[in-house]
Design a protein around this ligand. Structure first.
Ligand code: AHG
Ligand code: MN
Ligand code: MN
Length: 338
């Protein structure tokens, strides 16, 4: 294998030097890297380590937890407390925010979905971890929910680890998006996907079509037009993909374009949508924008949504810019008539 590649640690050091500030991306990301390597190892061992199946508990969202949801959450909490960068953390798997003891100097907050796509664990399909880093608000002395309720535009860094056919870490610190592949032999993430950019045009969409009976008119219109293919208004044939792991879906879009929708529908609207704003939609929106794409709720920029609670859900439309804009226009036309 070529040993002339940049490691993730060296990449972060370069980034830091380039910015010339005192902020330490390396410090912030190092423990996340350790956590993701450990989770990758556990996901990989699967049934051999007895890691498949249910944990026998429920999380705050009322979802049954898998053993790996719980394990990945414990690994994230433990590893990210060690470096002292984080004053507090919040997770999909924890009802309340988690204050880090002994990190009185921690200037950052970490939000994460420790294992995304967990319905795929037992069938050996790609899963991932998603993270979002915020600054601890100035003068904040108590780690409570309010400290975390910042808009997505305020993220300092965000990314995901994808436990797929290879394990990858994809990251933005607000200066483009870069992808690193884990070399298991040396235990290092190496830069393999520099400057990831989403193509403007696409012929691929991702949506859970089994929910079509619940969709709003603008979503139905968009998908109907895609499915009409060459002879329809779009005058081209589209392809559909649905992995049911947002990480895998976003990764495909960062690699070859496409659009991903998890819209609010007549059934999930009671909860505000399906995906969670703070540790799913916002970090992915930051990555997608940094790669030249767009991310909205269908009715406004995701990163501008003012959060009202930690586990808030939102409708999500993200990916190739032209498609996201088109879906936004369909919503606007529909709302104007209503
Ligand atoms: P999680 O496993 O963290 O609860 O997230 C699952 C999410 C997301 O990854 C995926 O896009 C979506 O839920 C899958 O939804 P369906 O079950 O409707 O396919
Ligand atoms: Mn998730
Ligand atoms: Mn999860």
């Amino acid at each position: 294998m070529p040993y002339n590649r940049t490691t993730l640690t060296h990449f972060l050091l370069q980034e830091q030097r380039r910015l010339g500030g005192s902020g330490s991306f390396t410090g912030l990301i190092t423990d996340i890297i350790f956590a993701c390597k450990m989770i990758s190892h556990e996901v990989n061992r699967g049934a051999l380590a007895g890691n498949l199946g249910m944990a026998g508990s429920e999380n705050v969202q009322g979802e049954e937890q898998k053993k790996l949801d719980v394990l990945a959450n414990d690994i994230f909490l433990h590893m990210n407390a060690l470096g002292g960068s984080y004053a507090g953390m919040a997770s999909e798997e924890l009802e309340d925010v988690h204050a880090v003891h002994g990190a009185a100097d921690g200037k950052y907050l970490l939000l994460f979905d420790p294992l995304d796509g967990s319905s795929n664990i037992d069938v050996n399909i790609s899963v991932g971890s998603i993270f979002s880093i915020l600054r601890l608000p100035e003068g904040c002395s108590t780690i409570n929910e309010a400290a975390f309720l910042q808009k997505g535009v305020q993220q300092v860094a965000a990314g995901y680890a994808l436990y797929g056919s290879s394990t990858m870490m994809v990251l933005t610190t607000g200066n483009g998006v870069n992808g690193f592949t884990l070399d298991n032999n040396v235990g290092m993430f190496l830069l393999t996907h520099p400057n990831m950019t989403i193509p403007v045009e696409t012929k691929e969409f991702a949506i859970n079509a089994s929910r079509s009976r619940f969709w709003e008119a603008p979503v139905k219109r968009y998908i109907d037009e895609c499915q009409a293919g060459k002879d329809g208004p779009r005058a081209k044939d589209f392809n559909m993909r649905w992995v049911a792991s947002m990480v895998a879906e976003v990764h495909r879009i960062l690699c070859r374009g496409g659009v991903f929708l998890y819209p609010a529908d007549s059934e999930n609207i009671k909860k505000g949508g399906k995906l969670r704003l703070m540790y799913e939609a916002n970090p992915m929106a930051f990555l997608v924008e940094q790669a030249g794409g767009a991310a909205t709720t269908g009715r406004g920029r995701m990163l501008d949504v003012a959060p009202t609670h930690l586990h808030q859900r939102v409708p999500v439309v993200l990916g190739s810019k032209a498609e996201v804009e088109r879906i936004g226009a369909y919503h606007a036309e529909y709302d104007a008539k209503a």
